[in-house]
Design a protein around this ligand. Structure first.
Ligand code: SAM
Length: 232
């Protein structure tokens, strides 16, 4: 128990911004067991608030497609939240990852990121999902998602997608691929929306989507939720 108490205190200290600490505090109150299961064991680049948002989005989504998508996985933290929810609603999580880190970075638009950053170890990813998530609900697709995403989901579409790819070129390509197969009622959650490259990619989608994409923000404007409306 002291271990959990200490990590609970450290999450409050970790967030230099009081609003962010408060969001995580309330997420811990809502999903305490998930917090203990994931955050006290698995290293990753999302916090418990974001993980809880992913978890709740999958549980609440009513689209027909059985495919939940995440690009990308890193050491599996987002995969764990998504796989636990996917299993509960009898859907599949398709997890796309290169394991060699970011494939590119624009020096101006993506100045906070560099090529090769966030490389990770597939064995650690697999062990984390097996121990803390639900491996039986996950299909892992190794390789560049810009090539592997469409062939995997073109027939059955997707219901929820989580994009955490950090850089303009990848974000734009994936968003446009998802947009081209979307039928309506899909949800796309985007991490780091305040990064200029990610913002530019979403803005370019909004131009071609006209009024069919509704964007809302969470967590001090670091996360965007895009709801794709059906075409009438
Ligand atoms: C910020 S990390 C993801 C963090 C993760 N969601 C978590 O919960 O900790 C970004 C990841 O994007 C992956 N990535 C970037 N572009 C990719 C692409 N085109 N295809 C597959 N993986 C990609 C990198 O390998 C890296 O692991």
């Amino acid at each position: 128990m002291p271990k959990y108490f200490n990590s609970f205190i450290s999450i409050l200290k970790l967030h230099s911004n009081p609003e962010s600490a408060w969001h995580n505090f309330t997420a811990i109150l809502k999903h305490p067991l998930l917090y203990i299961r994931v955050c006290t064991h698995v290293e990753g680049l999302i916090d418990h608030y974001t993980g809880s948002l992913l978890y709740e989005t999958v549980l609440a989504n009513r689209s027909d497609s059985h495919n939940i998508i995440e690009v990308v996985a890193y050491k599996g933290k987002s995969t764990i939240y998504l796989s636990l929810a996917a299993f509960k609603v009898n859907k599949r999580l398709i997890s796309f990852e290169l394991f060699s880190g970011l494939p590119c970075s624009d020096p101006v638009l993506d100045s906070g990121f560099r090529k090769g950053q966030f490389s990770s170890d597939i064995n650690q990813y697999i062990a984390n999902i097996a121990t803390y998530g639900n491996s039986s609900a996950v299909d892992l697709m190794i390789g560049d998602a810009r090539q592997t995403l469409l062939p995997k989901i073109v027939d059955n579409g997707f219901s929820v997608a989580f994009l955490d790819v950090d850089v303009y070129e990848v974000m734009k390509e994936l968003l446009f691929q998802l947009w081209n197969i979307a039928k309506g009622n899909e949800i796309v959650i985007i991490h780091d929306i305040n990064s200029p490259g990610v913002r530019k990619a979403v803005d370019e989608l909004l131009v071609i989507a006209k009024n069919r994409v509704i964007e809302t923000h969470f967590h001090r404007n670091t996360i965007a939720k895009l709801v794709i409306l059906p075409q009438f």
